[in-house]
Design a protein. Structure first.
Length: 439
């Protein structure tokens, strides 16, 4: 997916540079806003040769919950603010981008003035973090350097199961990346990532230092595919002689007529720090799809993980049908095994049962939704969880949701849910109210 996003910008730049050959670039800028000339829309500020695109989102959520006899109140503010400055040159398009996000920092206060930081004298205060800060340059070949997301990873066009992750699960870090468009939908890329020697610091990313690899992408409009390989934790290998950790992966997504399919497969060698049992190889794969009929949409998926050293095998599967009862009313019925209970995951801020993967549990979820108007919609849902090992119902619950979207990228939503935990003999409930706007 990163390959595709990088090349979208380079394609626009190439179109601009070739189109400008027939006219004086200075004349172009005089008669046309530079952002329009670059094909950039949104909230923009233009100078003579540079377009600054500003975008962001602010979201606030309030949760009141009682789970396992404990009452909690969560007041969650989530925001991001992005700046992207673009300048077209004869040699290619130059971009500088910065993305700021909310962050919480620990604040220490010696409230009793005893010279010591005692229990209760620390708290979280709002702060700002740099999520991305990078530069890129090029047309059909694009060089990117700085703090940004990884070039590697699965597309994850899942239809019912939660996203698949690689054991090495590459994340945002300090990088040098090169991606080249070879034409006819084919692209290639190479990168060295997680370059900072402080994995816990601002540039460290999710992995310990050092990641390098290559990726090949294909996108002809109907088939999107990626093939990649990388090694990671290289600094530990170089400095301490530890085992080389690696991932090899491939994915493909395609749609034809009423059928859409996604498949991925990955293999690698990881250690306990990467979420598997120990130093061992693994194989992981998934297959999911959707069939859109006139009166119903059917979706299904399966995912499996095998760890060689421990012999551990995990399987997740799911199937669902959404019936279009009327033009505005839909009924969705889903059964999920060893994966997230989406009803609980969406309607409780924190609920262990909702994401307790690999627990030999079957979740049944029924959702009835209605679009009352063009701006107002709502749903009612019910769910049950069944433990196949203990042969017992772990719990059951129901709830309601509503969403108001009047336009202007503003959304107000809320809901309430109740769930009876049969294992702990507790009745849990949650109330949620949220609002967000993007620009």
């Amino acid at each position: 997916m990163k390959l595709k996003s990088l090349l979208l910008g380079s394609a626009a730049a190439l179109a601009l540079s070739t189109g400008a050959q027939a006219a004086d670039p200075v004349a172009e800028f005089v008669s046309l806003d530079v952002c329009d000339a670059y094909g950039i829309s949104g909230l923009t500020v233009a100078s003579d040769d540079t377009c600054l695109l500003i975008s962001g989102e602010v979201e606030y959520d309030y949760w009141y919950e009682e789970v396992n006899g404990t009452t909690s109140r969560a007041s969650l503010l989530d925001w991001n603010l992005s700046f992207e400055a673009t300048t077209q040159t004869d040699a290619g398009r130059a971009i500088a981008a910065i993305k700021l996000v909310d962050a919480e920092a620990v604040a220490w206060s010696d409230a009793d003035d005893d010279g010591l930081i005692d229990a209760g004298e620390a708290g979280l205060i709002p702060g700002v973090a740099i999520d991305e800060a990078y530069v890129s340059f090029g047309d059909t070949t694009v060089l990117t350097a700085g703090l940004t997301g990884s070039l590697f990873g699965l597309a994850n066009d899942q239809y019912i199961l939660s996203d698949t992750s690689l054991v090495g699960d590459p994340g945002t870090s300090a990088v040098f990346q090169v991606v080249s468009d070879l034409g006819n939908g084919l692209s290639v890329g190479a990168a060295i990532e997680a370059l900072a020697d402080d994995p816990g610091g601002i540039l460290g990313g999710q992995q310990t230092g050092g990641r390098a690899g290559v990726v090949v992408g294909y996108d002809d409009g109907s088939i999107v595919a990626n093939l990649g390989a990388y090694v990671y934790d290289l600094y530990n290998t170089i400095d301490n002689g530890s085992d080389t950790l690696w991932d090899v992966y491939a994915d493909v997504a395609t749609s034809f007529d009423i059928v859409s399919i996604y498949a991925d497969i990955a293999a690698g060698y990881g250690d306990a720090n990467t979420g598997i049992a120990g130093n061992e190889t693994y194989v992981r794969g998934s297959l999911s799809g959707e069939v859109a009929l006139d009166i119903a949409t059917i979706r299904a998926g399966v995912r499996a993980l095998y760890e060689d050293g421990s012999g551990n095998t995990e399987i997740a599967a799911g199937a669902g049908v959404m019936f279009a009862l009327t033009d505005t009313v839909d009924l969705d019925v889903a059964v999920i095994y060893n994966d997230k209970n989406t009803a609980l995951d969406d309607n409780f801020n924190t609920y262990p049962l909702s994401s307790d993967l690999g627990a030999d549990r079957v979740h049944g979820i029924v959702t009835l939704s209605n679009a009352f108007t063009d701006t107002l919609s709502g749903s009612v849902w019910a769910t049950v969880a069944y433990d196949t090992n203990a042969s017992q119902v772990d719990g059951y619950g129901a709830g309601v949701t509503a969403e108001y979207a009047p336009g202007g990228d503003f959304v107000l939503d809320g809901g309430a849910g109740v769930f009876y935990d049969n294992v702990n003999s507790e009745t849990d409930y949650a109330v949620h109210l949220g609002a967000k706007k993007s620009f």
